[in-house]
Design a protein around this ligand. Structure first.
Ligand SMILES: Cc1cc2nc3c(=O)[nH]c(=O)nc-3n(C[C@H](O)[C@H](O)[C@H](O)COP(=O)(O)O)c2cc1C
Length: 345
């Protein structure tokens, strides 16, 4: 049997198999930023298709954390309740589901944050245009140290709301250039206080956030996605990569984190997160999720060789809601087409 189809029975995470639908923003929430019946049906199809675990699209934790058009939020009880039918549908079909908690930081614009300046580690705007409104990214306001507890609180409150409506876990989105990554990444973080400069200082925001989260939430209900090496207008590693990993990974473990999703966005896995996973795995006794358009053969080898516990696929799950069944039966995988982004099928 394919190693991808064996159950995962870790003390921190159990799943019927090793296949994970990766978090994918789709922009189909209703005007109140709630999940809809169509969103429930979309996730149900992937669960019925055999996925072991579904990571939701990024779900925005507070109005000031938004950065995209028509994305869901989990900032109110109403928004949280809208996810109940999604969670129930996925559970009925035998899969687990985690809610990805998202704060965009400066990858935003005041058009999406109720008129507020986006917040970040820095006052420097991200380069380029926000493709959501074709305007330059907003001029961010650097968070003060005094404000940070409030931001951690948005994550904690969102986690409680998500778990209360039945999500198996939450995934803290700490990667892909969004708020947490704006602290971790020395190319963005230009602070001179204790949240910038040294490796320890750049990791402080994330570690304080984890401290707050794990004060209230059990380790087996929390995952975190980081992206130390990824695509961003070219292949890109965190500056001081080795020092960052040597400090951050054991500190995340000490805070209570046991489930790590190491992502590279849409880069080549072996050139990016595959490399990071080979550095991290020997020091991580918890669960590791990773992937990016891996072939079945490569995914099987990553699990068999112990690098990954579960394999994430994004676009292949858009093109093949029944991806896991296809692995079972050996059916060919349909190719991803760009137009698939425009429909919630
Ligand atoms: C349409 C689309 C939306 C995405 N949105 C998110 C997101 O909300 N959160 C996130 O962490 N990654 C997001 N990603 C990245 C995916 O989770 C995944 O890491 C990336 O697509 C690489 O995997 P793949 O090559 O298997 O598609 C998105 C990717 C796509 C294609």
């Amino acid at each position: 049997m394919s190693p991808l189809l064996t159950p995962l029975a870790s003390p921190f995470l159990e799943a019927r198999n090793r296949t994970v639908m990766s978090a994918m923003t789709r922009g189909f929430a209703d005007s109140d930023h709630c999940a809809t019946p169509e969103i429930a049906a979309y996730y149900r199809r992937r669960a019925e298709g055999g996925a072991g675990l579904i990571l939701t699209e990024g779900v925005v934790i507070h109005p000031t954390a938004d950065g995209y058009k028509d994305v869901p939020r989990i900032a109110t009880a109403k928004q949280a309740d809208s996810w109940r039918p999604v969670v129930d549908a996925v559970h009925e079909a035998g899969a687990k589901i985690a809610c990805q908690l998202w704060h965009c930081g400066r990858i935003s614009h005041s058009d999406f944050t109720d008129g507020h300046a986006p917040v970040s580690s820095t006052m420097r705007a991200a380069e380029g245009l926000n493709r959501q409104n074709d305007k330059p990214y907003g001029e961010p306001r650097a968070l003060t140290a005094e404000e940070m507890p409030e931001v951690y609180g948005y994550f904690v409150d969102a986690a409680h709301r998500a778990l209360a409506v039945g999500f198996d876990a939450v995934e803290l989105h700490l990667g892909h250039g969004y708020l947490a990554d704006q602290f971790l990444d020395a190319r963005v973080n230009d602070r001179t206080d204790r949240y910038g400069g040294s490796v320890e200082n750049r990791c402080r925001f994330v570690l304080e956030l984890l401290d707050r989260v794990f004060a209230e939430v059990e380790p087996n209900r929390v995952m975190a996605r980081i992206s130390p090496s990824r695509w961003m207008g070219g292949l890109y590693d965190w500056p001081d990569l080795d020092e960052m990993l040597a400090y951050l990974i054991p500190e995340m473990w000490s805070q209570g984190l046991r489930i790590l999703d190491i992502s590279c966005a849409n880069a080549d896995y072996f050139a990016t997160s595959g490399r990071i996973i080979r550095a991290v795995r020997p020091h991580w006794n918890g669960v590791i999720l990773g992937g990016a358009s891996l072939s079945q053969e490569d995914a099987e080898a990553e699990v068999r060789d112990g690098w990954l516990d579960m394999v994430t696929w994004g676009r292949s799950f858009l093109a093949n809601p029944d991806l896991t069944r296809r692995i079972e039966t050996g059916a060919v995988w349909l190719p991803f087409e760009n137009e698939m982004r425009n429909v919630l099928a």
